[in-house]
Design a protein around this ligand. Structure first.
Ligand code: PLP
Length: 462
C-alpha cells in the first residue's frame, strides 16, 4: 500500500452535514451514510478527475454514472452551453423550434446505425433522461400498431438481466431484481426471454440458445407482441454482462419475421463505449427505435433522444389528435442540452476519438490482464471502453460471497481513499472511464483496483 497516498475521506465537512440534513440521494440506502458509505462533497472536476473541498482528487472511472465522455469541465462543451445560455436557454418545443434541436437531429440521423435495404432512421423525438426515452419508445411502438389497426399487440419482450431505467414502464421491462422486485405489483406483466449473456459460456452457444428461446416465444405469442427491447452487446446495470453481435443479427431477423419492432437501448453503450459509435453497428443491425441519453451531451446536461423511421412517423399523421403522439416533457429538446450534445459530437470528429480509443482500450486490456491473475478475480471481460471484473471468494465463478454488496462496498471505500471512483455492481467492479485518460491514469486504475480488491478480501476474512 505504501506506493499510494491514502487519503481519509471521512472528515466532518460542513457540506456533508448540510447535505445529509436535507438531500435524499439516488440509488442509496441513506442509513449507510456516512459511516458505512462515504459521502463526498465535490467542488469541481477537470478532465478525468473530480476534486473535493479539501483538494483531494479522484479519477472518475465510472464517468459519473456512465455519462461523461470528454472529461469534466470540458472547455468546448462549456463554451457551447455558455454561448447558448446567453441567447436562448429554453423554449417550448410544441409549436416552436430552435437551431440546436434541428442541427442535433440532423447530426444524430447522419451517424445513426444503418442497414442495407432498410428504410433509414429519419426522425428524432427528444426527452430529457434515459428512462423517459424508454417510455417514449414503448408508447410509440404500441401506438404505431393501434394506428395501423393492430391493437392486439400489447406486449413487450425484454431480456433476462436487462435494465432500462426506473420509471414504471421502464422498470417493467427491466429484470434487475434489486430495482424491480418491490414495485412488481405496480408493473406491466413482464415477458422476459433468455439473455444471450455469455458469462461462463461460449458466446456463440449462448447467442443461439437465446435466439431459440426468442423464436419459441414469438411463435407462440408473436401476434400479441409490439416490440423486443434490449441493450446491445453489454447488459450494463445487470453486471456488465457481454454477448455476441450474432445475437443482435438473429434477433433483428426474428423481429422482422414476426412483424415485431426492435428497440435498441443504447443509453449506456452508445457514443463509443463499445468501441464503435453505436453498439448495433458491430452487428450491422439497424433498430426500429434507437434510445440515446447518458453520453449524448458528453455528460453535461440531461437530454435523451429516440430515433425512428418515417414508416413509424407517418402512421401518426392525420387530422385526429388521438392518432398523434402527444407525449411530452416540459424540457423536451432543451436548447442548452442540444448545444452541449452538438459540441460533444464535434469532439468525436475533431479529436478522432473512436480511433484514439482503440489505444485507450488496449491500455485497459493490458492492466486488466494483470488483474486477471488475482486469486479473487474469476472473470475479466471487455467490450471496447468497458471492462468488468467478477470477484469471488476462491477465484472460481461458481462460488459466491455471503454478502456481495458488502464486498463491493469495501472495495468502493478503499478505492475512494486511494483516489479512484469505482462504483461496483454487487461483486462486479468495472471501468467505464471518460475518453481522456492517459497511460498513467490507466496504470493507476489497475493498481488501485488491485488494492481495493485486496482490502475487500481482507475485510471478508476479518
Ligand atoms: C441508465 C440507463 C437507463 C436509464 O437512464 P436514466 O437517465 O438513468 O433514466 C436506461 N437504459 C440503460 C441501458 C441505462 O444504462
Amino acid at each position: 500500500m505504501s506506493e499510494f497516498n491514502s487519503q481519509s475521506i471521512i472528515s466532518d465537512d460542513s457540506w456533508r452535514q448540510r447535505d445529509l440534513a436535507v438531500v435524499w440521494h439516488p440509488c442509496t440506502q441513506m442509513s449507510e451514510h456516512p459511516d458505512l458509505l462515504p459521502l463526498v462533497p465535490i467542488r469541481s472536476g477537470h478532465g478525468a478527475y473530480l476534486e473535493d473541498f479539501e483538494g483531494r482528487s479522484y479519477l472518475d472511472a465510472v464517468s459519473s454514472w456512465w455519462v461523461n465522455l470528454f472529461g469534466h469541465a470540458n472547455p468546448v462543451i462549456a463554451a457551447a452551453v455558455a454561448s447558448q445560455a446567453s441567447s436562448l436557454a429554453h423554449v417550448i418545443l410544441a409549436g416552436f423550434t430552435h437551431a440546436p434541436a434541428v442541427e442535433l437531429a440532423e447530426s444524430l440521423l447522419r451517424i445513426a446505425p444503418r442497414e442495407n435495404g432498410r428504410e433509414p432512421l429519419a426522425k428524432v423525438f427528444y426527452a430529457d433522461n434515459g428512462s423517459a426515452a424508454i417510455e417514449v419508445a414503448l408508447k410509440m411502438a404500441f401506438h404505431y400498431f393501434v394506428n395501423t389497426g393492430d391493437s392486439a399487440r400489447t406486449k413487450f419482450l425484454s431480456l433476462h438481466n436487462g435494465y432500462h431505467g426506473e420509471t414504471l414502464g421502464a422498470l417493467a421491462v427491466g429484470d434487475v431484481p434489486l430495482y424491480r422486485k418491490v414495485y412488481a405489483p405496480l408493473l406491466m406483466e413482464p415477458n422476459f426471454v433468455r439473455s444471450p449473456d455469455a458469462f461462463g459460456m461460449d458466446p456463440e452457444e449462448a447467442a443461439s440458445l437465446a435466439l431459440a428461446d426468442l423464436r419459441a416465444v414469438l411463435e407462440r405469442d408473436g401476434a400479441s407482441v409490439c416490440a423486443l427491447i434490449l441493450e446491445p452487446l453489454v447488459q450494463c446495470a445487470g453486471g456488465m454482462r457481454i454477448h455476441s453481435p450474432s445475437y443482435l443479427r438473429g434477433a433483428r431477423e426474428l423481429c422482422d419475421e414476426f412483424g415485431v419492432f426492435l428497440i435498441a437501448d443504447e443509453i449506456a453503450v452508445g457514443f463509443g463505449r463499445t468501441g464503435t459509435m453505436f453498439a448495433c453497428e458491430q452487428a450491422g443491425v439497424q433498430p426500429d427505435f434507437l434510445c440515446l441519453s447518458k453520453g449524448l451531451t458528453g455528460g453535461t446536461m440531461p437530454l435523451a433522444a429516440v430515433l425512428t423511421s418515417d414508416r413509424v412517423y407517418d402512421a401518426f399523421l392525420d387530422r385526429s389528435r388521438e392518432r398523434a403522439f402527444l407525449h411530452s416533457h416540459s424540457y423536451t429538446g432543451n436548447p442548452l442540452a442540444c448545444a452541449a450534445a452538438l459540441a460533444s459530437l464535434s469532439l468525436f470528429e475533431s479529436e478522432d476519438v473512436l480511433a484514439r480509443n482503440v489505444e485507450r482500450a488496449a491500455w485497459m486490456a493490458e492492466e486488466a490482464a494483470v488483474l486477471a491473475s488475482h486469486p479473487n478475480v474469476c472473470d475479466v471481460r471487455q467490450t471496447g471502453m468497458i471492462v468488468a471484473f467478477e470477484l469471488s471468494p476462491d477465484g472460481t465463478c461458481s462460488s459466491s460471497f455471503a454478502d456481495a454488496t458488502s464486498v463491493g462496498r469495501h472495495a468502493y471505500k478503499r478505492a475512494m481513499e486511494l483516489g479512484v471512483v469505482l462504483r461496483p455492481l454487487g461483486n462486479v467492479l468495472y471501468w467505464m472511464p471518460p475518453y481522456v485518460m492517459n497511460r498513467d491514469d490507466v496504470r493507476m486504475l489497475g493498481e488501485v483496483t488491485r488494492a481495493a480488491i485486496d482490502f475487500a478480501m481482507s475485510m471478508e476474512e476479518a
